[in-house]
Design a protein. Structure first.
Length: 137
């Protein structure tokens, strides 16, 4: 049903050391760095081989990662991403299993510099790890 893992998502109190590690040590390339003020975070995407590392760092005290960072002050893994060619089948099976969607299940969300689209399954139904499911546009 899915083609493989294509992304890891992490929260960090400061994204600069993470970017430095993944670019200088592992040869990654930053493909996006932008503030998402509605969530109080800066998002940085780093391509490393066939995977993307998404780093979220706070730009506001009430960011969506504030509670996570209170419990994990050094940061850590918050989610993973998988690729699938059949997004509709995956969504149907997720709904049938009673999994919770973040941001609604009806609309596909643009992702990865608008080259992919998909949806996000809530960590509350996946043992504490958010799952991003996407396909190429």
């Amino acid at each position: 049903m899915f083609d493989g893992f294509n992304k890891i998502v992490m929260a960090a109190p400061d994204s600069d050391p993470v970017v430095q590690l993944y670019t200088e040590t592992f040869g990654g390339k930053v493909t996006l760095q932008e503030d998402r003020e509605q969530w109080g975070i800066k998002v940085t995407l780093i391509e490393v081989g066939s995977c993307v590392v998404e780093v979220m760092s706070p730009i506001a005290d009430d960011s969506i990662i504030a509670e996570f960072l209170q419990h994990n002050p050094d940061g850590g893994l918050t989610g993973v991403g998988i690729a699938t060619a059949n997004l509709e089948e995956f969504r149907t099976q997720a709904k049938a299993a009673g999994l919770a969607f973040t941001g609604g299940e009806q609309e596909l969300i643009p992702m990865a510099n608008n080259t992919r689209e998909g949806f996000v399954l809530n960590k509350k139904s996946l043992f504490g790890v958010t799952l991003t499911v996407s396909r190429e546009k």
